[in-house]
Design a protein around this ligand. Structure first.
Ligand code: FAD
Length: 380
């Protein structure tokens, strides 16, 4: 088989692969994207809750959001593609025990330029009904909201193709070897040679690293989202998270979607919607949202997918220390949708210039684990 040559092979056509490929091609690089599935956005990207927010506790994460949210807000005007951005907001309900630290992070968000508003619990009930018991306050991000991850991925794919990106679907990467100063990537009998590899294989990024004998500490964790039957309240609920329990809920059309991260679930490619977990989520959430007593559930519309998680639940974005020309952008936990614009730019600058100038991703480097690095507290 003849080899296909390019400057960069991107492994994975999720939202971060599509964003990276577009940014790489915008810098004049020849890019091939290899995707195992038959279409883009069929991995975690197609399974997300689609939320975007600035309300993080560490400056590096806030900065990724401060680059990415305006990019989403301006996407339609700038590129002519509707990406389904809706500024429905994120509303965080904060218990007394977390309030003073939470306010410190709000101060940080505001000092960096993020619009975040603080409410007394009673006043926040204008957004959604909840029991104020045990809450010190609530914070609301008016830029926060949702996008449509399929629409934005397909927009980047179309724009990348317009710049010459070669998208190959149904191509599972099966082997990766060093070839001179570059790489040779195999999909069965097909061979692709390149100078740089970008590993954006989501929850499968650890597996992709192992194909090249590299340790990429990212693995899968199942996350479930439950859907209600239609409800009667006509308000659009922001993505509301009860920080006392971790339960979250937001409007999805005339229904709500809701969930809770299962902290005891072992890592791995566990499949399916678990009804016992649904019961636990309902029992936990009904204390904060008493109207859940009457909530009808639509199990057929509920779903599950995988977070790709790193040891500290924040992404790895940067060169692999043991392999020249290998860049990882993975381990995003629940933030890979919201940070995809910044990730694409960072990846492209690393390949093109060897360092980033638009967004600082040093905080997300390989090798930070176990070191003296501030750990993000707002991981949902
Ligand atoms: C239930 C749920 C809710 C979420 N909610 C949010 C949210 O509200 N906001 C948010 O920002 N994030 C959220 N996330 C996380 C978000 O979905 C992910 O972080 C994001 O989609 C990761 O995108 P990605 O492009 O990096 O990976 P993916 O979308 O997983 O893409 C990786 C691609 O790599 C391909 N691949 C894997 N192995 C190979 C191989 N060997 N060869 C070729 N291709 C390969 C896969 O097929 C896949 O298409 C949620 C995730 C889940 C599961």
């Amino acid at each position: 088989m003849p080899k296909t040559r390019s400057d960069v092979v991107v492994i994975g056509a999720g939202i971060n692969g599509a964003s990276s490929a577009f940014q790489l091609a915008s810098r004049g690089l020849r890019v091939t994207v290899l995707e195992r599935d038959s279409a883009p956005a069929m991995g975690s990207t197609g399974k997300s809750a689609a939320g975007v927010r600035v309300q993080f506790t560490t400056a590096p994460n806030i900065r990724l959001s401060l680059y990415s949210l305006p990019a989403y807000r301006e996407f339609a005007d700038r590129y002519g593609h509707d990406i389904g951005y809706k500024d429905i907001g994120y509303l965080l309900l904060v218990p007394h025990a977390r309030w003073s630290r939470h306010l410190e992070s709000v101060e940080l968000q505001q000092s960096l330029g993020a619009p975040v508003e603080v409410f007394a619990p009673e006043d926040a009930r204008r957004f959604i009904d909840f029991d104020t018991e045990g809450l010190a306050g609530a914070t609301y991000g008016p830029w926060d909201g949702v996008i449509d991850p399929h629409m934005v991925t397909h927009a980047w794919v179309a724009m990348g193709k317009g710049l010459g990106v070669d998208y190959r679907m149904n191509r599972r990467v099966t082997a990766i070897e060093r070839s001179g100063s570059g790489w040779e990537v195999s999909c069965g009998t097909e061979r692709y040679s390149c100078g740089h590899i970008v590993n954006v294989a989501g929850a499968w990024s650890g597996e992709v690293g192992r194909l090249a004998g590299l340790d990429v500490p990212v693995g899968p964790k199942r996350i479930q989202i439950f859907m209600s039957a239609p409800i009667t309240d006509t308000r659009t609920y922001p993505l509301t998270i009860d920080l006392a329990t971790g339960v979250y809920v937001r409007s999805e059309g005339d229904r709500v979607l809701f969930g809770l991260d299962n902290l005891t679930q072992p890592f791995g490619f566990t499949e399916g919607v678990d009804e016992e977990w649904l019961e636990h989520v309902l029992l936990t959430g009904v204390g904060r949202f008493p109207w859940w007593e009457e909530l009808g559930i639509d199990l057929r519309r509920s779903w599950w997918g995988y977070y790709g998680v790193s040891p500290d639940n924040s992404p790895i974005i940067g060169f692999h220390p043991d392999a020249q020309g290998w860049i990882d952008a993975c381990g995003f936990s629940g933030h890979g949708i919201m940070h995809a614009p910044a990730t694409g730019v960072a990846v492209a600058e690393l390949v093109a210039n060897g360092r980033t100038s638009t967004v600082d991703v040093d905080h997300f480097r390989h090798g930070r684990f176990g070191g003296d690095v501030a750990v993000e507290a707002n991981i949902f």
